[in-house]
Design a protein around this ligand. Sequence first.
Ligand code: PLP
Length: 400
Amino acid sequence: MSTSPRHGFNTLAVHAGQGKDPHTGAVIPPIYQTSTFIQDGINVLRAGHEYSRGSNPTRGGFEEQLSALEGGAAGFSFASGIAAEDALLRAVLAPGDHIVLGADGYGGTNRLITRLHHKWGISASTVDITNLDQVRGALRPNTALLWLETPSNPLLGIADIAGWAALAHEAGALLVVDNTFATPYLQRPLDFGAHAVVHSTTKYIGGHSDVLGGAVIVADYLHRGQSLAEAVGYQQFAGGAVSGPQDNYLAARGLKTLGLRMERHCATAGRIAHWLTEQPQVAEVYYPGLADHPGHELAASQQRGFGGIVSLRLHSEPAARALAESMELFQLSVSLGGVESLVCYPREMTHASLIGTPLEIPGELVRLSVGIEDTEDLLADLERGLALAERADQGAVLTV
Ligand code: PLP
């Protein structure tokens, strides 16, 4: 079935790039587990494919599916979220360029930019994502790119994407939005003027914690005389950090149910966030769906729902550690966005590379990735965990 941008989200998720196999009629396109493609003559390609680093039908199907959902001109799939970010940066930047980087964001992105790309002459200034004056003040004549994550990881800050995009356009720079937390079901940054979106498809896109991947989706835009699609496509081919066919199949399969899963993640996370605000062991709850969250109205204006991630601050570091280590359904793990609930202690897990910097995550913070299990079971797990956290807070020796 051919799709058009007029189709609804779930129709596109199921059908875009996922046409049936014309040879057998199989409803699910085959997994093209091949490295190369036989040529009918020298450089006469049968269906446009030569070698799977350059293109592969399974990867192409997933790229088309995700790009359709983000409303992009083209999509590119990589071996991990960080590989996707790295490829995008290499494709559009040159030595001497400067990046304005949202301070609250995935620690690995900060590490990639400030530790790896720094060596190749890229500088970066970090800014509060919610403060557009600070973003404007950080712009320099050599600013080539603004990098934003909203909602942010792990503090769930909300940034005004259209405001950031206006500043990027004024400065002649690109705006990249990491849309991993919101997914295209909740938010489409390209509609607000962003030039490119990146994903760790490891998270909600794959949705089942069984595949690692990343993606870049670009708008139809000319950057330094080259279309973004050409620049990222060439980097993908020449740099080679592509995702394999099995991984693309898993990601495409997960993506088909993204809308259903996000509805459920949002509903359960919303209930849990409200419940947490009533618990005496909890000092603060970070969830954009709460009416008193500073970004609540902005999130409501640019997102369809508030997402499945809830962060909370306990009264002490021992309490936070005890909560993270004591639950059963919320399994202690890095990563997020799967059907199963996970709990993470960001300071020493996902954001350990920020320890000792001004951006280090407070030790009282715990991040929950709320899965699709029954809400009552998740609340019972949290209630038990918070009781143990309270004992840790009082200095009791725990027997978990
Ligand atoms: N962006 C965000 C928001 C993330 O949370 C992560 C990983 O946790 C990444 C990017 C990096 O993705 P990956 O782990 O797939 O390389």
